[in-house]
Design a protein around this ligand. Structure first.
Ligand code: GUN
Length: 291
């Protein structure tokens, strides 16, 4: 039997209209529109597409959004200067510097320069620390999108065996932390699950993955999750966005559809949810800064 679809596009549409309604309410109360400044350095085609999609989603939800496009030869000092101006701009509530950056720029130095109060990616070490200790200021967008996609489709996480394949700072590590944490009033997006993180050095990868009631594929390797790695009926979330010859391919092989109970598609699964959680964080930043 074919897996049920974890339809990120549909859920994103629902959540974006909820966000748009809250933005409109703030406007009626005389508050400034939540403002997102996106910074794109260079001409990486995938990054250009991501930023374009984020910009359009913000506009559609009534957020004030600007894109700062800088050439591939931008220096670190020039980028730090722009980040400093955005930190000081009261119309900007959220700052997103699209990664990866050109090699002459140290990603870490830029991430640390963004004001933690405007860090809607949740990449700043202060915000990573708050997340890790259970008092998040923001949730990172892709991990939060994954949790919403599961829970809003009625998939309970508490006590489940969850395997995360991948250990990146953007997805693998934070999603594992969120899935294993205790849900509390200050930390509602927490899974209370039993979490295993698998990676390139994991032994018996297929056996480890087959333990999972919920399998999160965030390896960045097209088709790496094959049907023999999936427990029948498991929920499989494909975080892979691999651009191969202009086509978007996930980390999950298409034949997994016949084994999994639930499966998120690529495109149309996690991608639209990531953007939605960015809008959510920008609204949240506006509330934290402007009230
Ligand atoms: N590059 C890939 N994913 C992301 C993301 O979520 N945020 C930023 N800023 N850059 C990325």
């Amino acid at each position: 039997m074919a897996a049920q679809r974890l339809d990120g596009k549909a859920l994103a549409a629902t959540m974006r209209s909820e966000i748009a309604a809250r933005v409109a309410e703030r406007a009626r109360a005389g508050k400034r529109a939540p403002g997102l400044a996106a910074v794109l350095v260079g001409e990486d085609p995938a990054s250009q597409q991501y930023v374009k999609n984020k910009h359009k989603a913000c506009q559609d939800a009534g957020l004030a959004t600007t894109v700062h496009r800088l050439s591939a030869s931008t220096t670190q000092a020039e980028l730090l200067e722009l980040v400093g101006r955005l930190n000081a701009d009261p119309a900007v509530h959220g700052i997103l510097v699209q990664l990866p950056l050109p090699k002459q720029i140290d990603d870490g130095a830029i991430i640390r320069a963004v004001s933690p109060n405007k860090d809607v990616d949740c990449f700043h070490p202060e915000n990573v620390g708050l997340l890790m200790t259970g008092y998040p200021r923001f949730y990172p967008c892709t991990p939060h999108g994954v949790l919403q996609l599961l829970t809003r489709n009625g998939i309970a996480l508490a006590g489940k065996e969850i395997v995360v394949l991948g250990r990146s700072n953007i997805v693998g590590k934070p999603v594992a932390v969120m899935l294993m944490q205790k849900a509390t009033a200050t930390n509602p997006a927490a899974g209370d699950a039993t979490v295993t993180v698998a990676h390139t050095r994991t032994k018996n990868l297929a056996d480890v993955c087959r333990r999972a009631d919920v399998l999160i594929a965030a390896a960045g390797v097209p088709g790496v999750i094959t049907p023999d790695m999936v427990k029948p009926g498991a929920a499989v979330v494909d975080v892979g966005t691999n651009n191969v010859d202009g086509r978007w391919l996930g980390d999950v092989h298409k034949d997994v559809e016949s084994v999994a109970g639930w499966l998120s598609p690529v495109p149309g699964g996690v991608g639209p949810m990531t953007i939605t959680m960015l809008l959510y964080n920008t609204l949240d930043a506006a509330k934290q800064i402007d009230g």
